[in-house]
Design a protein. Structure first.
Length: 617
């Protein structure tokens, strides 16, 4: 007999998160950093915190984390997850496709796909671009629902309120604010959280920010922008002239890219390690990032097309010159024994190319996606669209010459580091072509940014963001002047137990820099991060007295910072500074009556320290 009850409750238990984690483990992927992040996020929500940020390095696997996070949020009873992305159709398709292929239940949908469906009591993962039309559709579709969770990818872009000092809201910020209403949960995900802090975006709680750690195969700032440049880099850096537009450098970069592709495909061990399933060749991509203007992209495109036209036509007057140059480049990198085979491979496969302008205003009906290289030689050309969020697989080189007439914004340039990511297997073949001064300014962006992130991860309140005459953390219009102060701020690191061992180090005959290194060795990087020591050694030429270690300060029990050892207005005052007039770097140890201690650091160079005065918990 037919009994409909036998076919009810077929969906089974809510184990999406467990299934996703197990699927990643079967692929031999690390999951501990994903699990840790999601545990903290659920703890925040359970604790009643409605707005916080998850931050991690560019292209460090945050999309995979967001898939697992959505699964967990659904498992614990939430019915509607809204995933917001930049107003970029390519980025939307890339992320939506990854969510769908994960097998998560329910299958994620773009808001335009469900305009005719009933929301009902079903569970949903809804994707929306951060533009007014899409956000309006989301609001209209969910107007009867009062509780949903927003996961805002690239949260520092478009979502912050650029009209914060006008007692008004920008259109996108206002639309998201209305979606959140009273019961909504906001989780911003980004590599560059400074704007979210200084803008007070959706009153996010800095103290509840979550750091998403990188996986073991990640390649990032430590490889591409190491603090100590005296050693050998793990990739090839080509320094371009500071001015001029001589096409020979772009020609050399493309020819060099081709020889690298040739070598990797001719080396069977490397090829088998990189190859996907049964593909014959391993395809690679090269990114040309020279301007934000579409007219310049067309000129770059024409230059690249000419290179391929020359190499495809043996009768062309420049054929011999280009082939000879390719042979020279190949010989210099791989030796005479490989040069002939590499050049032969390139010329035999010269037609296996894809060249795409990613910032073109003219959209073709069929647009090739170069981010997952479809051809042996795939070249992407663009500016702002390729600067954020888009992941380039098998990226083997980057030609970067953006002009910076004014201050560099840390958030913008950190996001432009598209070479970061899962590049470990072929890092030594990667090539970056860039003017020297731009490289050093870019390096400084990362130094300042990660020095601030070290402060966030300490057990204290709001971070301090660093700015100087060349680099600033965010656009000034995004800074909430009511809650932010710009001053000679201080950085506080983790508390620890004071000991005689610390006294011995401070009283020793070691020079002050070595004392700091010794403190890190003995008490750990959380007490005094090695990154700060590297900053001191890399950005200051040593001279007598350039580091001041102040006497230990015993904090009176009657003070309001006795327990926390954190004072909002700072502890190293002008009187202290005057005692060491030559010092740029000032260190002080705070100690309370419980024998707890904390190290305070401030830098008196050509910098400003920007910090939020908000306190939430």
């Amino acid at each position: 007999m037919f009994d409909v009850n036998e076919f009810k409750n077929m969906r089974g238990k809510d184990d999406r998160y467990e299934r996703r984690i197990n699927a990643l483990k079967r692929k031999k992927m690390e999951v501990i950093h994903i699990e840790r992040t999601i545990d903290e996020a659920i703890k925040n929500i359970s604790g009643g915190y409605q707005s916080f940020v998850i931050y991690g390095e560019p292209q460090s696997g945050k999309t995979e984390m967001m898939i697992a996070l959505a699964a967990k949020l659904l498992d614990v009873g939430n019915k509607i997850i809204i995933v917001l992305l930049n107003d970029n159709l390519r980025l939307l398709n890339q992320n939506l496709d990854r969510f769908k292929r994960s097998g998560i239940d329910p299958t994620p949908v773009d808001i335009s796909e469900i305009l005719e469906e009933e929301i009902g009591e079903k569970r949903w993962i809804i994707f929306s671009k951060k533009n007014i039309n899409d956000l309006k559709k989301v609001k209209e579709k969910l107007y009867k629902k009062s509780r949903y969770i927003i996961i805002d990818d690239e949260a520092d872009f478009a979502s912050p309120n650029a009209k914060i000092n006008e007692d008004n809201r920008t259109a996108i910020n206002h639309a998201i604010y209305e979606l959140l209403s009273k019961e909504g949960i906001y989780i911003g995900v980004t590599a560059t959280p400074a704007r979210l802090d200084l803008n007070n975006t959706f009153e996010n709680i800095t103290e509840k920010w979550i750091y998403f750690d990188r996986h073991k195969d990640y390649v990032g700032k430590d490889s591409f922008f190491p603090l100590d440049l005296s050693g050998l880099l793990k990739y090839k850096l080509h320094e371009l002239p500071e001015s001029g537009d001589d096409p020979k450098y772009l020609i050399d970069s493309i020819l060099s890219f081709m020889t690298n592709v040739g070598f990797l495909n001719l080396n069977n061990d490397l090829k088998n390690e990189l190859r996907i399933e049964d593909e014959l060749d391993v395809n690679f991509s090269f990114l040309i990032h020279t301007s934000g203007k579409t007219a310049d992209h067309k000129r770059d495109y024409d230059k690249v097309i000419k290179i391929y036209d020359v190499l495809s036509d043996e009768s062309h007057r420049d054929f011999e010159k280009y082939v000879h140059r390719m042979f020279e480049i190949s010989e210099k990198k791989y030796g005479i024994q490989y040069s002939h085979d590499i050049v032969t491979f390139v010329l035999r496969n010269i037609s296996k190319k894809t060249i795409v302008i990613m910032n073109s205003k003219q959209k073709s009906k069929i647009e090739t996606d170069p981010t997952n290289p479809p051809s042996l030689f795939t070249i992407a050309i663009g500016g702002n669209i390729v600067s954020r969020g888009v992941t380039f697989h098998n990226l083997l080189g980057m030609f970067f010459t953006r002009d910076v007439l004014h201050k560099m914004q840390q958030d913008t340039y950190i996001q432009r580091a598209r070479m970061f990511g899962n590049r470990q297997k072929y890092l030594k073949f990667f090539e970056l072509w860039i003017p020297g001064s731009l490289y050093f300014d870019w390096q400084k962006c990362f130094v300042y940014h990660y020095l601030s992130l070290e402060a966030i991860r300490a057990d204290k309140g709001a971070p301090v963001w660093i700015s100087d005459h060349r680099v600033r953390p965010v656009a000034p219009s995004s800074i909430d002047k009511k809650t932010v102060v710009i001053d000679s701020g201080e950085m506080y690191f983790h508390k620890f137990m004071y000991s005689n061992q610390l006294e011995d180090i401070l009283k020793s005959e070691l020079d002050n820099f070595r004392k700091l290194e010794k403190i890190t060795e003995v008490f750990g990087k959380k007490v005094f991060p090695s990154y700060v020591s590297s900053f001191i050694s890399s950005f200051t030429k040593p001279y007598e007295g350039y580091i001041a270690i102040h006497p230990v300060r015993n904090v009176d029990p009657s003070t309001d910072y006795h327990a926390s050892l954190y004072r909002k207005r700072g502890v190293i005052g002008g009187h202290d500074i005057q005692k060491y007039p030559r010092a740029l770097h000032h260190i002080m140890v705070l100690k309370n009556s419980l024998d707890e201690a904390r190290i305070v650091y401030t830098y008196k160079g050509d910098v400003e320290f920007i910090k939020s005065l908000r306190q939430h918990v």
